[in-house]
Design a protein around this ligand. Structure first.
Ligand SMILES: Nc1nc2c(ncn2[C@@H]2O[C@H](COP(=O)(O)OP(=O)(O)OP(=O)(O)O)[C@@H](O)[C@H]2O)c(=O)[nH]1
Ligand SMILES: [Mg+2]
Length: 292
């Protein structure tokens, strides 16, 4: 099944953000550390008007640490972009980020000259969570599904910093379906736009190839079955996803497997590595620019 998801609020939000960026001093792009390139929004490059950008590799606690290190090195080569792995729920990480914003724009952050920070990113990467941690209280609505925030809001931290929370936005043409399936695996695509069985099989196949030991440990297997379909059936059995009559409910098994994977129950995993992801995402960026 082809995945496309670009609900109406995203286009409107993008137009507003492109305008609002004029009055922003620094942009924090929150990407998912498990798929930092696929979850980077290629439209930002055009929108940001040379404003400094800090790329947060959030949900660092869920990602494969060695691969995250490789991603930081990869992004450091991009001009004007500082990449920082972080867990948005941790106060220490958030404090460090504020210091970095102040260092990036040292002439702002004084009375009458607030440091204006826009938090940008695709859905479900943890933008609102980061705002709440930075504010030290629950100001922005957070949820374990994409498109929780649909309207922007500004939060004055009363320390010379003003934050803008923004709705997660994707891009209209998801030509690269490998990117789309990685996004769906991570939880960035609305449930209405995907088929759980297809995404579950994609994720199972990836895990069998890249993290077979984690699967064996989680589902108590000495050997993995030969095919993703057989693996999903084993998972369904382990998680009790059965229909009346005892047959395995593959759709429910896929949904349950994705829930476990997203929550980090199988272990810390990354869905892409710098060299493998680069080719497909470069192709996807080119096709978006061509049709914009
Ligand atoms: N494990 C982990 N979970 C996180 C982290 N940051 C956010 N989350 C979870 O990710 C989910 C999405 O968080 P939100 O802050 O609502 O994400 P968002 O980017 O604002 O999403 P939209 O408003 O839909 O664009 C929630 O269940 C958060 O608790 C993190 O660093 N680690
Ligand atoms: Mg939000």
């Amino acid at each position: 099944m082809t995945i496309r998801w670009y609900p109406g609020h995203m286009g409107k939000a993008q137009e507003k953000m492109a305008e609002a960026i004029r009055k922003i001093d620094v942009i924090i792009e929150v990407v998912d550390a498990r798929l930092p390139l696929s979850s980077s929004n290629c439209q930002l490059e055009e929108m940001r008007r040379n404003k400094p950008c800090i790329k947060i590799l959030n949900k660092h606690d869920l990602a494969d640490p060695a691969i995250t290190k490789a991603w930081v090195r990869y992004f450091e080569q991009e001009s004007g972009v500082t990449a920082v792995p972080l867990s948005a729920r941790l106060h220490a990480d958030a404090k460090q980020l504020l210091k970095l914003c102040q260092k990036t724009v040292p002439h702002r952050g004084r009375p009458g000259w607030p440091l204006r920070v826009m938090i940008f990113g695709i859905p479900n990467t943890g933008k609102s969570t980061l705002i709440n941690t930075l504010a030290g209280k629950c100001i922005a609505k957070v949820g374990d599904k994409p498109a929780v925030t649909t309207c922007g809001q500004q939060i004055d931290l009363k320390n010379g910093i003003v934050l803008s929370d923004t709705p997660g936005i994707l891009w209209p043409n998801m030509d690269d379906q490998n990117v789309a399936y990685r996004l769906a695996t991570s939880g960035a695509i609305g449930a209405s736009a995907l088929d759980y069985t297809c995404v579950g099989l994609f994720a199972v196949e990836y895990m069998m190839g890249r993290y077979p030991v984690l699967l064996k440990i989680r589902y108590k297997l000495s050997e993995l079955p030969e095919t993703p379909t057989a693996m999903l059936e084993v998972i369904g059995k382990r998680l009790g996803c059965l229909m009346t009559g005892g047959e395995i409910d593959v759709h429910r098994a896929a949904e349950a497997f994705l829930r476990e994977l997203r929550a980090g129950k199988i272990g810390r995993i990354s869905l892409e590595e710098p060299l493998v992801a680069e080719d497909s995402v470069v192709a996807h960026n080119d096709s978006d620019v061509a049709t914009a």
